[in-house]
Design a protein around this ligand. Structure first.
Ligand SMILES: [Zn+2]
Length: 380
């Protein structure tokens, strides 16, 4: 027969907490051991037992959010224990719910709220870690394009601010000054050729920006940033087009949106429900994710295949993307997501060449247009 009505019957569970003996002001780091009938609190370093509190004698005290603060009921001294680990707190809460209905009525439910609160916290954490990525996979196809565009606009403002480290403002974008407009027209022509063949459900906005990395970034809602360094490194219009075609693959596959949902998932889901993305921390998290994390190999490979097929549709050089990857592969861009610089560049190039079906191609821009495009950021 059990001497207490509340018990812990889960697997061995230990954690840490902070113990106050109620006599001195010392904060003691302790181990918290969930035994069958009581919590045992010991000094982390010395192992001295400070308390042994039966589950049905626990009182929950007021505490800040995220902290379970408990004391033993009915004793005069004010010893208390604080636990911040949600799993441990949930286990304590659950153990303190009486199982014997004939006794301890006054304790019944005392810690029930704690148990539920902690269980909710634990499930939120679990959801964020495990369910959101899965959810994102299934939710993305259901997101209306209008919502994706709103998301893209919100993140776009943030990403631009983060990319524009020299605070150039308007001048951060290439193509506006008098000597650059011909280049901007050439870039537009190149992008529109690809866009027309891609048949995307949303319009693209591709701009060149003054960043020295050989890189390009695609945001949700069809925003593509082509870096000056990429244009500098491209030797032909088709090489640049190959990269842009790869980026269009990310747009078509909605990779940016999925990535955002995975990183800032819950906040974005709430934002979506409320119809407001702007001003939220989720936007900052999302923008940072887009700049710093990279897509999986599979996602990149899918964008490569899309790019190769798209280059075929416009009659361009399907292998140009591979040529470009080989040239810029191995360069290092710390702190910046590098869409193109992947450790297995060779494997990617081989796959690109294997997917290429056409052997002949015509340059996507006239020589004069390409010359102008190479100078799209040269106006200052
Ligand atoms: Zn990519």
């Amino acid at each position: 027969m059990r001497s207490t009505s509340a018990a812990y019957d889960g697997p061995d569970m230990k954690g840490t907490g902070i113990f106050f003996d109620g006599l001195t002001s010392a904060r003691r780091a302790v181990t918290v051991d969930l035994r069958t009938e009581a919590i045992v609190v010991r000094d982390v370093a010395e192992g001295d037992q400070f308390a042994r509190w039966p589950y049905d004698e626990l009182d929950q005290l007021a505490a800040p959010e995220g902290v379970l603060r408990i004391a033993r009921s009915g004793i005069k001294q004010l010893a208390r224990l604080e636990v911040r680990d949600p799993a441990l707190a949930a286990a304590i809460g659950a153990a303190s719910i009486p199982v014997d209905r004939s006794r301890a009525t006054e304790h019944r439910g005392r810690l029930k709220i704690v148990a539920w609160t902690c269980a909710a916290a634990v499930s939120l954490v679990l959801a964020a870690v495990f369910a959101v990525p899965l959810l994102a996979e299934h939710v993305v196809p259901l997101i209306p394009l209008r919502v994706e565009r709103a998301l893209g606009e919100a993140v776009n403002v943030q990403v631009r601010t983060m990319l524009d480290t020299k605070n150039d403002g308007g001048a951060f974008t290439c193509g506006a000054s008098e000597s650059e407009t011909a280049g901007a027209a050439a870039l537009d022509r190149l992008v529109h050729k690809l866009e027309a063949a891609a048949g995307l459900p949303i319009p693209l906005t591709a701009v060149a920006v003054r960043r020295s990395e050989s890189n390009a970034i695609t945001l949700p809602g069809g925003h593509i940033y082509v870096f000056e360094g990429l244009i500098d490194n491209a030797e032909t219009a088709d090489e640049l087009a190959g990269v842009i075609a790869h980026e269009i693959g990310h747009v078509a596959h909605r990779d940016g949106t999925r990535s955002l949902l995975q990183s800032a998932g819950l906040s974005f889901l709430f934002g979506m429900m409320l119809g407001d993305f702007v001003g939220g921390g989720a936007v900052v998290i999302g923008a940072r994710t887009l700049l710093q994390s990279s897509y999986s190999r599979d996602v990149e490979a899918a964008a490569d295949r899309y790019g190769v097929a798209l280059m075929g549709k416009v009659g361009g050089d399907q292998r140009a993307l591979g040529t470009m990857l080989t040239r810029i592969g191995g360069t290092d861009h710390p702190g910046m997501r590098v869409l193109l610089d992947h450790p297995d560049t060779e494997a990617r190039v081989a796959a690109i060449n294997a997917a290429a079906t056409s052997t002949s191609s015509t340059p996507l821009l006239e020589a004069s247009e390409w010359a102008a495009l190479k100078r799209i950021c040269a106006g200052r």
